[in-house]
Design a protein around this ligand. Sequence first.
Ligand SMILES: Nc1ncnc2c1ncn2[C@@H]1O[C@H](COP(=O)(O)OP(=O)(O)OP(=O)(O)O)[C@@H](O)[C@H]1O
Ligand SMILES: [Mg+2]
Length: 495
Amino acid sequence: MTQVGSSIAGLLFAYKMLENFLPYEILRPIRRKIHKLTASFDPYLEITIPEYQGDGFKRSSAYASIERYLNIISTKQAQCLQANITGKTKKVVLTMAEGEEITDEYKGIKLWWKSDKITPNKQIISMHPHEDEKKYFTLTFHKRYRETVTEQYLKHVLDEGKAIEAKERQRKLYTNIKRRSWGTQSLWSHVVFEHPASFDTMAMDPLKKQEIMDDLMTFAKGKDYYAKIGKAWKRGYLLYGPPGTGKSTMIAAMANLLNYDIYDLELTSVKDNTQLRKLLIETSGKSIIVIEDIDCSLDLTGQRKKKKENEDGDGDGDNKIKIDGEKNERSQVTLSGLLNSIDGLWSACGNERIIVFTTNHVEKLDAALIRSGRMDKHIELSYCGFEAFKVLANNYLNIDSHHDLFEKIRGLLEETKITPADVAENLMPKSGTGEDKESCLLRLIEALEDVKKKEIEKKLKAEQLLNKKKLRKKLNKIIDVVGRNSLTKTRLHSN
Ligand SMILES: Nc1ncnc2c1ncn2[C@@H]1O[C@H](COP(=O)(O)OP(=O)(O)OP(=O)(O)O)[C@@H](O)[C@H]1O
Ligand SMILES: [Mg+2]
């Protein structure tokens, strides 16, 4: 037995030496023979993961995930790395060079990964796009860990690889641009999503902010939990508040926090319920589906209406959307169509999606639309408080602790209603004027005093109007009583 063992060891050693000189295609038959001979004695198992599977046209997603996972380990370990420059960003990605071997450890088990390729005979001309070379990874480990490796370790590698991929990928902002002929084209078109918003720069109460972030992270990690409770892995958020309080900014911050794509669904461009359903089915996982100004897209009877021009006075043009060139054609999307699309069949086939509605007028929304289970979390974005102001002062003026003018600003913020957008506008140094921090803070104080003055005037006017109404009511009562008395007197007199 020992003799057999040592001759096998010698054979394997000789083969390993040959690996350094001969190409894999020559070695492969030898390797197979050795493998047959040694399989029962070899204490190690080897798993091969080829880059292309099946017909060879589709790159294996498992290979891609393993590649990413190994890239992270290999940058720390491997002696020889390959530099690849990717996309427009010209980012340098270091990958494991061919023939390089790296070691990994999982629950105390040692594992060896090797990246290699088979180069075919150059005389064969192939129409096949990937026939040039066949890359593959091999994973070697001791037989006694077979179960742990195949059932746990490989899953761990694939999950980690996918997570790295999600972090590195370029995210997209989709929009449902209206087209006359749909054909096989996607209903969505997209651009690269690059928005700098983050929860760090969101001006709002810090506790509330943390609560929202925790809620989002719990959702993102909730795959098993949602499966356990038998619920589709989706969550609805309703963001409401006056214009300029950060609803759209928060959506961008959410997408950045979770690394999700955004689908900006313009309901006024959707033809009917069927098309709405198609649009939603076409969305991919790890995404936020947004319907902005939901109160302007549907009325309570379920029929759409167009937002009146400059309804909210913000004049940003959002409200001018028409159904292009279709004078009398009205979209047929109904409230029940929207409700069914949200929690109907599609939600069961699509996972890891967040739906966000925004509105300036929460009171106008149909209760069915925003009940728990559809809009699970209602978030009010409101006027700027002192804590929110401090975030903006840090964002715009780099004041991270305190300033002498802060106390005055705190007092004014308590007495006025000003949106974070207006505060931000006043804090931003005017370009080319070389404005210092103090001038910006003073401008904000001036704006706050202005708002305060206007609010007092408005209040006074309202009070005056109320008083006038009360006075008129009293007068009417007096006239009424006087009138009745004189009528009684006249009657008595005539009697
Ligand atoms: N809470 C906030 N934190 C940080 N910046 C904010 C906040 N609110 C508003 N802003 C700033 O004001 C601008 C307008 O904000 P945003 O578009 O998010 O408001 P909105 O609530 O979506 O308004 P609308 O109801 O009109 O759509 C943003 O570009 C952002 O710079
Ligand atoms: Mg907005």
